[in-house]
Ligand binder design. Structure first.
Ligand code: ADP
Length: 173
């Protein structure tokens, strides 16, 4: 299993083989992590996203799936775009959130990435409670044998998110 590391910070400032973007299904940019990735990564990423829309994902990238593009000017070889589920109180969408982590790691492994940086998917605009989002993230990554990935780094934007991931890591150890 890959080593799990927690850091506080901005995911677009990370050096990693692959940086995961909490995208939306349009693949054409949005707020939060998505906005920051495109702003800092530059237009090359959007150009590839548009090409993916035109070729493979005419209806958008389905929730829970992941696809890679160049990382543009980011300090990474690849950006892996994944679409988290919007949190719902009437329906359990945990499996879709777990799928984002699993599929992103699968794509990362296919690309030969050794280090992968993740944000806390769905816990911003998509409204997932941070404690539960952290629990699902840690549990899923722990279950994934992701050769050749050796390091999974969660990049947490604020103290509350960092604390939630720390607690999830301790509980699942
Ligand atoms: P989603 O739409 O999947 O909820 P968001 O981008 O709105 O995605 O938020 C996901 C998580 O990422 C939230 O916890 C948010 O605080 C955090 N976040 C926002 N910007 C950044 C950033 N630049 N680097 C790392 N984490 C970020």
């Amino acid at each position: 299993m890959a080593q799990i590391i927690l850091v506080r910070g901005d995911i677009t400032e990370q050096h990693a083989d692959a940086i995961v973007n909490a995208a939306n299904s349009s693949l054409l940019g949005g707020g939060g992590v998505d906005g920051a990735v495109h702003r800092r990564g530059g237009p090359e990423i959007l150009t590839e996203c548009r090409a993916l829309r035109a070729s493979r994902y005419g209806k958008g990238l389905p929730t829970g799936q992941a696809v890679a593009t160049t990382a543009g000017r980011l300090d990474a070889a690849h950006v892996i775009h994944t679409v988290g589920p919007v949190h719902s109180t009437s329906e359990d969408r945990s499996e879709l959130l777990a799928s984002c982590y699993r599929e992103s790691l699968r794509v990362a492994a296919e690309l030969g990435a050794r280090t992968v940086a993740f944000p806390a998917i769905s816990t911003g605009i998509y409204g997932w409670p941070i404690d539960d989002g952290a629990r699902i993230a840690i549990a899923t990554v722990r279950e994934c044998a992701a050769e050749p990935v050796t390091e999974v780094r969660f990049v947490l934007f604020d103290e509350a998110a960092y604390a939630a991931f720390e607690a999830a890591l301790e509980t699942s150890a």
